[in-house]
Each structure stands twice: as C-alpha cells, then as structure tokens.
Design a protein around this ligand. Structure first.
Ligand SMILES: [Zn+2]
Length: 210
C-alpha cells in the first residue's frame, strides 16, 4: 500500500486527500486497527480484526472485509460487497454493490468432525485487483485470478480467468469485449475515450496512451 501522495487526479482528489480523520459510523463494526486516515466506514459494515484498509477509502453499508484481506488507498467499496481473506485490492479500485470475492476452489462445510482437515495453505487461494480497476455490481470473482490495472468487470459477470489491464469483461464466464480507458469508458474503433477524448494505441498487446 502506498503512502506517497496521489499522482494525477484533479482537485477532487486533493480534497479527499486533505481529510485525515477516520470516520467509523457508530453502527459499523470495525475491529481492525489498521484503517488509514480519511477512510469512512458506514453503518452495518464489518471490518474484521487483521484486515487492512488504506487511507481515504469509502466502505459503504453492509460491506464485509474479512481478516487477512488487504485494501489499498482511495478504494470505494459499495454496499454489501464481500471481501475475504486472501483478497488484495490495490489503490483506486471501485468495488460495486454486491460484488463477491471467493477464496476456496473446493468449498465444503467441514462441520462434520469426521471430514478431512485442510490446512489454510491447502485451501486459501488468493486474488488481486490491480490499481484503478472497477468491479461491477453483483460480479463474482472466482479466486486465483488477477483483475488488471484499469480493467472493468461488468455487472453480474463471473470472472474465471485473469483479466488483462484495460480490458472490459462481461458475462458468465466473463469474456473480453473491449478496451477500456482510464476513465472507465469502452474505447471506440479509433481507441478514443468518449469521456476525455484521450487517444490510445496498442503496443505489444498492451494499451498505451497515444
Ligand atoms: Zn478518458
């Protein structure tokens, strides 16, 4: 997690950075002692002991962040998103409402005392969401994958493979349908962002600013 000042961004980002008070709503459950300055945790969210949440994040109602999860700086976690042990969310990520991560490819209840025991290193499968990416509402991220920088996962998508940088994926299983700009807009045939007008080019299979 970076502690450096943010790069890029406009005045809005500077205003967010200026806020150093951590706000925890009286109806939230925040057991972690590793929540950064300027972060807001809203009602009925639960941030467990042993989780890490960076600075200037917004953790909305009913979100759940489990022990072992790591959240970077300036991350937005919308209502009812579920973030478990083994999930790393880098800086400036948007996690949409109801988005669900997983951390076990072969889940069983294991309440049966005769069931085989599994060590945590046998079942815990990690997931990373790289900086600037967005996870759409209700998406499911099957564990063991990486969502690339500035990638976007469409609403309701089920991610079963890595998502490369700057790619938009939709559907179940999620498939690549477009390049997506830093602004989050799908690029047109000329690789132009319809929001800011910035043009991109593809070099060695990677999207670059033109
Ligand atoms: Zn743009």
């Amino acid at each position: 997690m970076s502690t450096k000042p943010p790069t890029g961004g406009g005045g809005g980002s500077a205003l967010i950075e200026a806020e150093q008070t951590t706000f925890i709503h009286p109806q939230a459950i925040c057991e972690s002692d590793q929540v950064g300055p300027g972060t807001r945790i809203w009602a009925f969210a639960h941030v467990m002991k042993g989780s890490v949440v960076g600075s200037h994040c917004n953790v909305c109602d009913h979100a759940f962040i489990e022990s072992g999860a790591v959240v970077g700086d300036r991350v937005t976690i919308k209502n009812r998103a579920m973030i478990w042990d083994g999930v790393v969310i880098e800086d400036d990520v948007f996690v949409g409402p109801g988005a669900v991560f997983t951390n076990d490819l072969y889940p069983r209840s294991h309440r049966d005392p005769n069931a085989p025991r599994r060590r945590v290193d046998e079942w815990l499968i990690r997931t990373t969401v790289r900086s600037g990416a967005s996870i759409g509402a209700g998406a499911v991220i099957v564990c063991g994958h990486t969502v690339g920088r500035f990638a976007t996962v469409g609403a309701g998508a089920v991610v079963t493979h890595d998502v490369p940088d700057h790619r938009l994926v939709v559907g179940n299983p999620a498939r690549i349908v477009a390049w997506v700009s830093r602004c989050g807009r799908p690029l047109d045939d000329h690789l132009r962002c319809s929001s800011c007008g910035r043009r991109y080019t593809v070099v060695d299979g990677q999207l670059r600013c033109a």
